[in-house]
Structures are given as structure tokens and as C-alpha cells.
Design a protein around this ligand. Structure first.
Ligand SMILES: NC(=O)c1ccc[n+]([C@@H]2O[C@H](COP(=O)([O-])OP(=O)(O)OC[C@H]3O[C@@H](n4cnc5c(N)ncnc54)[C@H](OP(=O)(O)O)[C@@H]3O)[C@@H](O)[C@H]2O)c1
Length: 337
């Protein structure tokens, strides 16, 4: 009988920026994973990447990585439109998959990916790292416990300026656009922080030359009557903000999503306007995410949030409703289930 491996052997499917700069260094630093292989459409890119990390096998095609018997799990940071096809192929090849956010451009695709994971008995997780930050979890807990009374209004914004014309975010074919790239954070934060699912969306958007939305502002209505305003852009200076307003106070979170490793905090403001700063220790939220994934692969108990295909589908369904409303000039659209 083979003994259970102590460490998950990771392969990386593509030489994407987010992998090379952020997620793969966190895999290398993780306590329960080891970086084993990388694949690129171009052999030279895979080799340069493998050399950068050292002791890593380079594959000149994604198919070769899928066939590598010494890889247990794949990290998939492809452009959004390619997530489903390659994740399903990886699951069929017997690999566990950590796929970048948004898991897919449609809720239906997210569900198909979840079905494939179930059919092949493999783990599929969405790489939504901000969910794993202790501050994200603390703020959701505080709202759920009623520290600001009944939550009635939430504001979430994630904007930044794309610098290159050939950025995958500006490609309609690759499922770019502000809503799918960063709007998904604001929607995800709204539904997870309020602890309920939106039922209706309205939105207004500005579109770029390729047809993708480059700026979108929308509203999500929740069954309790709470309303979230969500804003995202690929054209504006960086802003990552979350605020939840209740009938007994509010909570404000700055730099809410791409947290660096330094200590952070959030502000709780009571009904009289008195603010208390709540400090949160610095962590590598990407490392917490990859360690939670690997622990789940290894069958260990994990105290970490759900980040599965069903969760992804719920967020993407609301993103789709916002996108549909914006295409119709702001007409209300029911959020699909
Ligand atoms: N969680 C986060 O903090 C975070 C941050 C940024 C991005 N992301 C997500 O990560 C994913 C990748 O984003 P990124 O900015 O890292 O992308 P990127 O640097 O443009 O990398 C995408 C990679 O996909 C491969 N690829 C395969 N077919 C392609 C095609 N037709 N066009 C372009 N590239 C193709 C390329 O690798 P090879 O040529 O080597 O095969 C390329 O390096 C997206 O889903 C994005 O939403 C997450």
C-alpha cells in the first residue's frame, strides 16, 4: 500500500503573470506542497520559468503536463475563457485543480466544472484568495453577529488601470472585462458579507473598443431588502474598498482584496460616529489558499472558507445579471439560480 504523500505535487498550467509573481512563490513557500512542473504553449517560456524556480520540469504543451504522472494537482491561471476546457481536461486526467477566479464566465460553466470534479472524484477549488484572509472572515463574522445591527447597505469597489493594450482583460474572446476581472470580487464580497443571495440587479457600463465593459457600476438587491452597490473599472486609479452600513453602525475596509503581507485592519464605527480600529496580523493570503487546497487534497481537516464551484456559480450568476442589465441600459434583471 502506498503511504499518503505528505506534500501535494503541483503543476502550473501556463506562465501567467499572477502565477509567476504571486501564487507560485506561495506554493513554493507552502508547508504541504511542492512545485514539480510547469507547462507553456512555448517550450522556451516553460524552460525559462522552470529555471527561475529551480528543480522544476518544463513541459512544452499543456497536454504533456496533464499526462505527467508525478503531478497531483494543477494550478490553472489561464485567461477566463479557457478555464472550463482545461480544468475539465485536467480533472479527466485525474488531477485536482485550483483554478483562477472567476472560475468561468457563466454560472452554467461553473456548475459543469463542479459536475466534472464530482464525476472524477477530484477536488476543484476557485483561487479567490481574498476569501482566505483572516480580515475578510472577521468582517463577515462581525456583520453576521450583528455588531453593526441589521446590515442594510453595502458598498464594494475594485478599480485599477490596465496598462497594456494586449492585456487579456481587454479581450472579448478571452472573456475579459471589468465585471469578470474585478467586479467578481465586489459581488462575491457583497453576497458573502451580507450572508444572503441577491435576487435582482441593475447596472450601467462603459465599453471599450473590443466590446468588453471597462467601467461598470451596479446595484444588487437582496431578499432582506439590503442593497449593495458594486463598482469596477479597468480605467481608473486603484481603489479597493468595502463598507457595510447597518442600523447600529458601519464597518469600513480599505485595500479590501489584494492584501499585501503587512498588518492590516478595518474600522468599526458606532451609531454615534465613534470609530474603533481593529488590527489584523499580516499574512500571505495566497499561501493560506494553496495550503487549504493541499490540505483538502491530502484529506486533512481544514478551517477555511468554501471556494468551490457552487460558490463560484452563485457569484457569477449575479455578475451575469449585472452584465445583462448594463447591456439593456440599466433595466432590472433577475439573478439566475
Ligand atoms: N487572484 C488574483 O490575485 C489574480 C490576479 C491577476 C489575475 N488573476 C486571474 O488569473 C488569470 C490569468 O491572469 P493573468 O493576468 O496572470 O494573465 P496573463 O499574464 O496574460 O497569463 C495568461 C497565460 O495564459 C496562457 N494562454 C493560453 N492561451 C492564451 C491566449 N489565447 N492568450 C493569452 N494567454 C494565453 C499564456 O501562457 P503560456 O503562453 O505560457 O501558455 C499566458 O501567459 C485570469 O483568470 C485572472 O482573472 C487572478
Amino acid at each position: 500500500m502506498p503511504t499518503e504523500p505528505e506534500r501535494v505535487r503541483w503543476g502550473v498550467l501556463s506562465t501567467a503573470n499572477i502565477g509567476r509573481k504571486v501564487v507560485v512563490p506561495s506554493i513554493v513557500a507552502s508547508s504541504n506542497g511542492v512545485l514539480t512542473a510547469v507547462a507553456s504553449r512555448e517550450a522556451a517560456r516553460a524552460e525559462a520559468y522552470a529555471a527561475e524556480f529551480g528543480g522544476v520540469r518544463a513541459h512544452a504543451s499543456y497536454e504533456a503536463l496533464l499526462a505527467d504522472p508525478e503531478v497531483d494537482a494543477l494550478y490553472v491561471p489561464l485567461p477566463n475563457a479557457l478555464h472550463e476546457a482545461w480544468t475539465v481536461r485536467a480533472l479527466e486526467a485525474g488531477k485536482h485543480v485550483l483554478c483562477e477566479k472567476p472560475l468561468a464566465p457563466t454560472a452554467a460553466a461553473c456548475r459543469r466544472m463542479g459536475d466534472a470534479a464530482a464525476a472524477h472524484g477530484r477536488l476543484l477549488m476557485e483561487a479567490f484568495m481574498y476569501r482566505f484572509h483572516p480580515r475578510t472572515r472577521a468582517v463577515a463574522r462581525l456583520v453576521a453577529e450583528g455588531a453593526i445591527g441589521r446590515a442594510r447597505r453595502l458598498e464594494a469597489a475594485f478599480t485599477f488601470a490596465v496598462r497594456r493594450d494586449d492585456d487579456v482583460r481587454l479581450s472579448a474572446e478571452l472573456a475579459g472585462g471589468a465585471l469578470l476581472d474585478v467586479g467578481c470580487y465586489t459581488v462575491d464580497a457583497a453576497r458573502r458579507t451580507l450572508g444572503e443571495e441577491p435576487v435582482e440587479a441593475v447596472a450601467f457600463a462603459t465599453y471599450g473598443d473590443s466590446g468588453v465593459d471597462v467601467e461598470t457600476v451596479g446595484l444588487l438587491r437582496f431578499p432582506s431588502g439590503a442593497v449593495a452597490s458594486v463598482a469596477c473599472a479597468l480605467t481608473l486609479p486603484r481603489c479597493e474598498h468595502l463598507a457595510v452600513h447597518g442600523d447600529a453602525g458601519r464597518v469600513e475596509v480599505d485595500r479590501a482584496f489584494v492584501a499585501s503581507h503587512e498588518a492590516l485592519g478595518y474600522d468599526v464605527v458606532d451609531a454615534a460616529g465613534a470609530a474603533t480600529r481593529q488590527p489584523v496580523d499580516g499574512v500571505d493570503q495566497y499561501r493560506l489558499m494553496v495550503e487549504a487546497f493541499a490540505d483538502r487534497v491530502l484529506g486533512r481537516a481544514v478551517d477555511a472558507p468554501a471556494s468551490d464551484a457552487a460558490e463560484a456559480a452563485r457569484t457569477v450568476a449575479a455578475v451575469e445579471a449585472l452584465a445583462a442589465s448594463a447591456r439593456r441600459g440599466g433595466a432590472p434583471v433577475a439573478v439566475g439560480r
